[in-house]
Ligand binder design. Structure first.
Ligand code: NAD
Length: 469
């Protein structure tokens, strides 16, 4: 099939490369010239595992352009995958989506009937709004025809975006006509049937069940995306609240989560306690659905509590540092990891950034090391006072404490023994509960995780002092 994708960010690029790989002809349009130049020169503007290799494999059937003259009138499907950031009041900003809808209306020729697919995360009713913008624009050009707009929410996780696209749990579409549904079923057929040869480096998981192709109405499809994200965010915040309680009552949250997750009704995923969720979606989508709730007089108390709880969780790190070191002014704190999760360079709403901001306010000297995102962080956050370090060794030098903020694989295997010797005080706050506590303790660190119970800190500090650490 001929497919146009508008927006070549995390979603557009991943979807486009996967669709090209399974045999469709894909044209990716983005207004960002630099991105298109980067893609046309064989590079990839975002860090996503396997994406560069996949694009190379699919290069014959995918092209990148910033020129709307390349809008293919033979397209069977036009996918909108532009950003929908938060407005000041929490509502989703639909400027880009509506702008694209108007351009589609200007570009479509008489008699061309592609299915317009909205993949951006948007409030209920947006598919209808997109349809009416396109039809109005067409009418102004003297073209009187209806368009089919489908909602097709995206559930990929950054860092695992290609895996999730090739091996999804489900594909959800919201359509108002059987014809549009049939086109989308054809588009995704190789993924539904799982009859494609897996790309290199992305093997099909053993016993992988074919994904459900779930066809529903537009409004329900639009709401599914918000409900899923709010639920996942709530699950993380839920375990984080129990982590805070576990610390007080002498339980270990990892054990609690394990015991809970063995219940098939609950499941083990999204039950890792830590310093809170972040990223481009959970924060903006929970705020957007709260806004929708307000607009329709429907209080969403659980969603509100989830947001509040997450903000408090980010403060846990600073609270623990204060508890351990008292005044933070003049202290040097190292931050390991800047992105909101591993294997992505996305810094949007990352807990690490919020923690650095707070430490800056308290007058601490902040150092940071993240092999994937440092340059991007410098560009995106010039307001932060951070000494960026080229290596983990540089980071540990002279620190009074180090906070692990992102659970990068590399951080699990650092030579902590050696690194500890470079610190002024060996205090390690593991914000993701991924490090080996006993190895670190043996290396002379005071180790703290989230939701774990320890002896009195004073006792340990004085024992460290006695050892001259
Ligand atoms: P992004 O910011 O990475 O990419 C959006 C792209 O759209 C940019 O490259 C931008 O230049 C382009 N764009 C904006 N206006 C345009 C226009 N008028 N014409 C052409 N191009 C235009 O965004 P993203 O992370 O890919 O997210 C896209 C949508 O998908 C959002 O609604 C988001 O909520 C949703 N989503 C994102 C994820 C994720 O993990 N990133 C997951 C699921 C859903």
């Amino acid at each position: 099939m001929n497919v146009i994708i508008i927006g070549s960010g995390y979603v557009g690029l991943t979807t486009g490369s996967a669709l090209a790989y399974i045999g469709h002809n894909v044209t990716l349009i983005d207004k960002d010239d630099d991105k298109i130049k980067c893609l046309n020169s064989g590079n990839v503007p975002i860090r996503e595992r396997g994406l560069k290799e996949l694009l190379n494999e699919a290069r014959a059937t995918i092209r990148f352009t910033s020129d709307w003259d390349d809008f293919d009138q033979q397209a069977d499907v036009v996918i909108i995958a532009v950003g929908t950031p938060s407005k000041e009041n929490g509502d989703a900003d639909l400027t880009h989506v509506e702008e694209v809808a108007a351009i589609i209306g200007q570009r479509l020729s008489k008699g061309a009937y592609p299915v317009i697919v909205n993949k951006s995360t948007v409030p209920v009713g947006t598919a209808r709004r997109v349809g009416s913008i396109i039809e109005q624009t067409l009418r102004r050009r003297g073209i009187f025809q209806n368009v089919h707009v489908a909602s097709n929410p995206e559930f990929l996780r950054e860092g695992e975006a290609l895996f999730d696209t090739f091996y999804p749990d489900r594909i959800v579409i919201g359509v108002e006509s059987q014809a549009a549904g049939d086109v989308l079923r054809r588009l995704y057929q190789p993924l539904i049937a799982q009859d494609f040869i897996p790309p290199q480096g992305l093997p099909r998981p053993e016993r992988f069940a074919e994904p459900t192709f779930f066809s529903t109405d537009q409004a329900s499809a639009e709401l599914i995306k918000y409900a899923a994200n709010a639920f996942l965010a709530m699950k993380i915040s839920f375990i984080n609240e129990f982590a805070n309680l576990a610390e007080k009552v002498g339980a270990d949250i990892a054990e609690v989560a394990k015991g809970m997750g063995l219940d098939k009704r609950i499941g083990p995923r999204y039950l890792q306690a830590g310093i809170g969720w972040g990223g481009s979606c959970f924060g903006k989508d929970t705020r957007a659905i709260l806004h929708t709730g307000r607009q329709y007089d429907c209080e969403m108390r659980l969603v509100q509590a989830t947001i509040d709880s997450n903000e408090r969780q980010r403060e846990q790190v600073v609270r623990k540092l204060k508890e351990h070191m008292k005044a933070l002014r003049g202290r040097t704190i190292g931050i390991l990891g800047l992105s909101f999760k591993p294997n992505t360079d996305d810094l949007r709403d990352s807990p690490a950034i919020a923690i650095i901001r707070h430490l800056n306010e308290l007058g601490a000297h902040v150092k940071a090391y993240d092999p994937m995102t440092m340059r991007k962080c410098q560009d995106a956050h010039p307001e932060l006072f951070v000494e960026y370090c080229e290596t983990a060794e540089d980071l540990f030098e002279n620190c009074h404490a180090v906070v692990l903020a992102t659970e990068l694989e590399e951080f699990r295997h650092l030579p902590y023994d050696k690194l500890g010797k470079k610190m002024k005080r060996r205090f390690l706050l593991d914000g993701r509960n991924v490090l080996d506590e006993s190895a670190l303790t043996q290396a002379g660190f005071i180790y703290r995780g989230i939701g774990r119970c320890y002896e009195s800190w004073e006792e340990e500090s004085s024992s460290q002092a006695a050892q001259g650490l």
